[in-house]
Every structure is written in structure tokens, then in C-alpha cells.
Design a protein around this ligand. Structure first.
Ligand code: SAH
Ligand code: SF4
Ligand code: F3S
Length: 452
């Protein structure tokens, strides 16, 4: 009598993710690739067979954090643990990472994840590899991502970037822009809806420039919005120059598209924008905001702003502040300029560099200005009714965190069974940035009714 074969031990992989949503989405693809090879995902590095750090290179401090963390992770090394660095720092530093970290045996850029199983196998044989070739065809077709968010799905529709903003490392870490085929994007949306998710976020560095040669972003949004069962469509990040009238019209007319646009401004000074090679003026940015607001009533508008770009004078910064006040953003991600190796900004004259203390002062002023504008706006929303989608438990107490279509965070009491549900609430309080809400018994609005 033959005995049953010993079940082979399932191997485990731990991925730690830094940076933007694109990296979060890439980590899901990496988990998916490895799951197909018999790996289980684990949520702690302790004991994992493979430890990957999916990195971001956008600012110096983002990189410093990862370098520090790589050192910390070394203590989880057993005889056969494979350590890998993936993502934008891997692409940027390549072999330099192998030199800096002796426990790392694998450095893989954003277009190399398909090869992970083979690279890991080689690492187990003692090889140390660097894989940083760009692949303009790569959209990770036929790889099923392993998703961890049970409420919304990241859908990468475009990879890379063809802009050349002078401060930015992304075109060098992610390569040229390429759009994924419309049918593939829509198929992925259908799949996630079939799995019970009702919100998708279309991802790309300049996502509204998406085109497959025949269709534009307007067509993509319409096709995604027409998928049966989809309730919320978001997208990030659009570039102001790529908002054609057709695209705005599509955003305004597709019911599922949420009334929120994250529109990176970077600076309110035309002179600085020019030096950043953003390809729009202050006036053109304002005009874009006006068009969006005219087309989409109740639009939530958030942005990214950099202070201290080389050559930024007091009067330029004052223009950023006035733009923030005049436009009235709902929120902003704000950054101190960080010089990135190899970017065009490195060629600006040294005397243009903004001193650290000046940069710190401007940053503080900007944060206060953005916060007070947001607070003012949010106070006017008290008493308003909104549909929220419950995303997760809140960090505080027995609360749940929901999101309005216009991207406000609302905390309500309730238990985890409500995660993934849509509720109709009235906004009862605000910290200035987030809200508390009370669930209404009243009939849900049309927007919150399930799509038949
Ligand atoms: N593709 C997006 C931005 C991606 S990077 C866009 O064009 O809008 C996210 C944000 O990081 C940028 O919007 C910018 O505000 C900030 N950023 C990028 N490079 C930076 C640098 N070198 N220093 C400081 N902030 C930077
Ligand atoms: Fe960077 Fe500009 Fe491309 Fe955005 S559009 S990723 S800021 S180069
Ligand atoms: Fe960072 Fe790369 Fe995203 S540099 S912000 S992880 S594209």
C-alpha cells in the first residue's frame, strides 16, 4: 500500500509597500504572481521565506526611511530567506542597492515583476540579480492581483509617464507612458464587481491622458461606468493639460463617477510652474478648475503642492498661497522640494536653491493656509446629507470610517459588518478635516440605490 505523498510546505511571502497607489497596486500584482507559484501572503516578516520591500523614490526622505527599514528587516534573515527590493528605488539604484545591503539578493524595477518567481529561485541558489529593463508592453496581463482591500479596487490603466516635470524622478523610475487596452481595463472592473467590490480607482501618473490609439479617457470612463453593479469610479492623478472638454463631459455625465478630482497644482506662480515644466500657467490652472466646477456641481477638489522649488521667490510663494485661498481646495498633499539625482532640476544654478529654514517657514505657512481654508469649507457642510461607503474600522474606538462621493472622511458608530455598505448620513460635526455623521433612517437618495 503506498502512502499519500508528503504535502509540500507552502512557502510564504511578505511585501512591505511604500509610495503611491501605483505601488500598492503593484504589490497586489506581485502577491498574485507569487500566489500562482504556491506562495501564501503573510502580514509580518517574521519567518517569511521571501521578504520584499516595494519602494518609492519620490523624495530623499522616502528613500532614507526605506534604507533604514531594510537594515531593520535584516534581523528576520534565516539561512534561506530571500530579500528583495522592488519598485522605484530598485529601478533608480539598481546594483548600488546590492552593494549597500549585503542581505539583499534581488533588485527588481516596476516592469520586472513577471520574472519574480524565476528571480527568487535564482536567489535561493545563491545568485544576486538586478532586473531593471523597461518593457513598454508590460501591463501584467493574465496575472490576477491578490487584493487586500475588500471595498475598493485599484485598476492600473496606464504605466509610466511622458511628462518631464523638472523636479520629478518618476519618468526615470517608471519609464515611458503606456496605456492598457480598454477591453482589459473593463474586464478587470467586471471581475472585481463580480467579487463584490463596488468602487474602482483608475490609476496612472497622468491618467486622463490615457489613450489606446482609438479611444481616449472619456471613452474609458464611460466604459467603466457602464459595468453592471459598479457604484463608484475614481481616478488619480489627472494632469491639468489633459482635461479635454470630452473628458470633462464624460466625468460629468457618467453617474458612477464620483464628484472628486485630485488635481495637482504644484505651484500658483506661473514663473515657478514654467521652471517646473508643468506646461500650464496659473491662469490656465484656474481655468481648468473653473471648467471642472461648472461641469460637476459639488465637486471636491484636492491637490499636491511643492514649496521651495529652486528659484522660488517670496512673491512666487505668495502666489501659491493666494491660489490656495482663491481656489479653496478641500485638502492638499504638501511637500518640501527634494532634489532628485538625474532630474533636470539638478542643472539649475546652485544659488537658486531655497534655504532649508525658508523652505520650512513656507511649508508651515502653506499647511496652515490649506487647513484653515479646508476648515472653513467643511464648516459650511455641517447639516448636509451624504451617501457614504463604509471603508474600514476607524482607529478610534468603536467607529467606522466612511467616504463620501466628494471624498470626505466621515466617522459613524457601528460594527464591522457594515464595511462595504452604503449608508445615507447627515454630517453632524467636523474636526476641520474629517466629519462625524449620523445615519439617517430616511429613504436613500437615488445615487445610493443599487443599480438595477
Ligand atoms: N503624476 C502625478 C504626481 C506623482 S508624484 C502628477 O503629475 O500629478 C506625487 C507628488 O509628489 C507630486 O504631485 C509632487 O507634488 C510631489 N513631488 C514629486 N517630486 C517631488 C520632489 N522632487 N520634491 C518634492 N515633492 C515632489
Ligand atoms: Fe512626475 Fe510630472 Fe510625470 Fe507627474 S506628470 S509623474 S509630476 S513627471
Ligand atoms: Fe514613489 Fe514611484 Fe509612486 S517614486 S510616488 S512609488 S511612482
Amino acid at each position: 500500500m503506498s502512502s499519500a505523498p508528503e504535502p509540500t510546505r507552502r512557502r510564504t511571502v511578505y511585501i512591505e509597500t511604500y509610495g503611491c497607489q501605483m505601488n500598492v497596486s503593484d504589490s497586489e500584482l506581485m502577491y498574485g504572481t507569487l500566489a500562482a507559484q504556491g506562495y501564501d501572503a503573510v502580514d509580518a516578516p517574521d519567518g517569511a521565506d521571501v521578504i520584499l520591500v516595494n519602494t518609492c523614490a519620490i523624495r530623499e526622505n522616502a528613500e532614507q526611511r526605506v534604507i533604514g527599514r531594510l537594515g531593520d528587516l535584516k534581523r528576520y534573515q534565516r539561512r534561506d530567506t530571500v530579500f528583495g527590493v522592488t519598485g522605484c528605488m530598485a529601478q533608480r539604484l539598481g546594483p548600488r542597492l546590492l552593494e549597500q545591503a549585503s542581505h539583499v539578493s534581488l533588485v527588481v524595477g516596476p516592469d520586472g515583476y513577471r520574472a519574480l518567481p524565476q528571480l527568487i529561485a535564482r536567489a535561493q541558489d545563491g545568485e544576486r540579480d538586478v532586473f531593471t529593463t523597461f518593457d513598454l508592453e508590460e501591463h501584467y496581463a493574465a496575472i490576477t492581483p491578490r487584493r487586500f482591500d475588500g471595498v475598493k479596487a485599484w485598476i492600473p490603466v496606464q504605466r509610466g509617464c511622458d511628462y518631464r516635470c523638472t523636479y520629478c524622478i518618476v519618468p526615470y523610475t517608471r519609464g515611458p507612458e503606456r496605456s492598457r487596452a480598454l477591453a482589459d481595463c473593463v474586464a478587470e472592473v467586471r471581475e472585481v464587481v463580480a467579487q463584490g467590490l463596488t468602487e474602482v480607482v483608475l490609476l496612472g501618473q497622468t491618467v486622463n491622458s490615457w489613450t489606446d490609439g482609438t479611444h481616449d479617457f472619456a471613452d474609458l470612463v464611460r466604459a467603466v461606468g457602464a459595468v453592471d453593479g459598479i457604484r463608484r469610479v475614481r481616478f488619480t492623478s489627472p494632469h491639468p493639460n489633459d482635461f479635454s472638454d470630452r473628458v470633462i463631459e464624460a466625468l460629468a455625465s457618467v453617474d458612477a463617477v464620483c464628484e472628486h478630482v485630485h488635481l495637482p497644482m504644484q505651484s500658483g506662480s506661473t514663473r515657478t510652474l514654467k521652471r517646473m515644466l508643468r506646461r500650464y500657467t496659473r491662469e490656465e490652472f484656474f481655468a481648468c478648475v473653473e471648467k471642472l466646477r461648472a461641469a460637476i456641481p459639488g465637486l471636491g477638489l484636492t491637490t499636491d503642492i511643492i514649496v521651495g522649488f529652486p528659484g522660488e521667490r517670496d512673491e512666487d510663494f505668495a502666489e501659491t498661497l493666494s491660489a490656495v485661498r482663491e481656489i479653496g481646495f478641500d485638502d492638499a498633499f504638501m511637500f518640501k522640494f527634494s532634489m532628485r539625482e538625474g532630474t533636470p532640476a539638478t542643472r539649475l544654478p546652485a544659488e537658486d536653491l531655497v534655504a532649508d529654514d525658508v523652505m520650512a517657514d513656507r511649508f508651515e505657512t502653506l499647511v496652515a493656509t490649506v487647513r484653515s481654508g479646508a476648515r472653513e469649507k467643511n464648516l459650511t457642510l455641517l447639516g448636509a446629507e451624504r451617501e457614504i461607503l463604509i471603508e474600514k474600522g476607524a482607529r478610534k474606538g468603536e467607529l467606522l470610517q466612511g467616504r463620501t462621493r466628494d471624498f470626505k472622511t466621515v466617522l459613524i458608530p457601528g460594527d464591522d459588518r457594515l464595511i462595504g455598505q452604503y449608508l445615507h448620513v447627515v454630517l453632524t460635526g467636523t474636526t476641520g478635516s474629517t466629519f462625524t455623521g449620523r445615519v439617517l433612517e430616511a429613504t436613500p437618495t437615488r445615487a445610493s440605490l443599487p443599480i438595477a
